[in-house]
Write a protein that binds this ligand. Structure first.
Ligand code: SF4
Length: 344
């Protein structure tokens, strides 16, 4: 196999290269990322990858293109779907083209390591582009080693970026939109009244309606509800978010349900509730796991659930007679991640 590996940055390449080398596969690293802005960031990531590939003695090709104008022109009409509609495609298409013209028979990408990427859609795009160029696509779910790779990268002193790449992802890390909405709705006449508080909920079954918005199976909720601790975030006199925590063993908890009333979503309330509970439970427990759908993984990873545990294939297809959707995504697999509660 002659493998060309599209490579987004040095930290993400660490686990991918290590795993492939263990399988006796020697990839050629291929840098082509016109999605990284501004230029100072582009240069930092590129130069870090140059140094890293030299230090581990791996062949690397750098296809230069700093494409701010072109990138913006192509994504501005549909920012929501920019990753799938443009960003993955343009990088993988160039990788396949280069591979075809230069005698490689297989392509892959380090984007497969990141739990922040839309993994299934990325995989489909890779398959489609490889087929178009009559190449093979080497697929691995590298996400299992994301944390391990990031830790090694940190130890090796590699430059660790703070956002995915484009200026839109750079903006979203500050959550400008949400804070703006919160500011407008805040009545400053009684600040203390507006501060949400965490309350233990005893009348659990009164909240089934809200819990069903995060877990569509009433039978499944009834199964875990009685044995779980339920906490609510109370704003004024209203419970606006709920978290259901099941005790698995003396060290481990499972977050079974986390939901916020629709009118309060995207304001950080679920995150606040979860952070509070993790802070309390860490006195007695060392690990919390959560099973989630593909498009909620980035949320949980940001809350520290960054260790991949397992996948239950077709979980949502097998459990329900009708298709279950989360936004635009049809739910299929249940994917588990865990958080080390003791980690600072
Ligand atoms: S968020 Fe990342 S993958 Fe998506 S468009 Fe921006 S740089 Fe590309």
């Amino acid at each position: 196999m002659k493998l060309l590996m599209h490579t987004c940055c040095a930290p993400c390449s660490v686990y991918c290269i290590k795993t492939l080398r263990k399988e006796n596969i020697e990839p050629t690293v291929y840098w082509y990322n016109p999605n990284i802005h501004p230029y100072v960031e582009y240069r930092l990531r590129r130069d870090c990858l140059k140094e890293y590939t030299e230090s581990i003695n791996i062949k690397a090709i750098f296809q230069e293109e700093y494409g701010l104008d072109n990138f913006c022109k192509n994504v501005i009409g549909d920012l929501q779907n920019r990753c799938v509609n443009y960003c993955y495609r343009v990088r993988l298409e160039q990788t396949a083209k280069y591979a075809k013209e230069n005698g490689y028979d297989t392509i892959t990408t380090t984007l497969l390591v990141s739990p922040y990427q839309k993994h299934e859609e990325l995989k489909n795009i890779c398959e489609e582009i490889a087929k178009k160029y009559d190449l093979d696509f080497l697929y691995r779910d590298f996400r299992i080693g994301f944390r391990e790779g990031q830790e090694e990268a940190r130890k090796a002193g590699l430059y660790m970026q703070k956002y995915c790449g484009c200026i839109f992802s750079e903006e979203s890390r500050y959550n400008f939109h949400n804070s703006a909405k919160t500011d407008i709705s805040t009545d400053t006449s009684d600040i203390r009244e507006q501060m949400p508080q965490v309350k233990r909920i005893e009348n659990k079954e009164d909240y089934i309606g809200l819990l069903l918005e995060a877990d569509p199976s009433k039978a499944s909720i009834m199964k875990y509800l009685q044995d779980s601790d339920v906490y609510g975030l109370k704003l004024n006199d209203e419970i606006i978010s709920l978290a259901v925590i099941l005790h698995i063993d003396k060290n481990t908890l499972e977050l079974k349900n986390l939901v916020t009333k629709s009118e309060y979503r995207n304001k950080g309330y679920a995150k606040r509730l979860l952070k509070h509970l993790c802070g309390n439970y860490k006195q007695k427990y060392s690990k919390m796991i959560v099973g989630t759908t593909e498009n909620n993984i980035p949320f949980y990873v940001k809350q520290g659930f960054d260790k991949y545990e397992k996948t239950i294939k077709n979980y949502f297809i097998d459990m329900a007679e009708e298709e279950i959707k989360n936004g635009e995504l049809v739910c299929t697999d249940l994917i588990y991640y865990s958080k080390d509660l003791k980690k600072k």
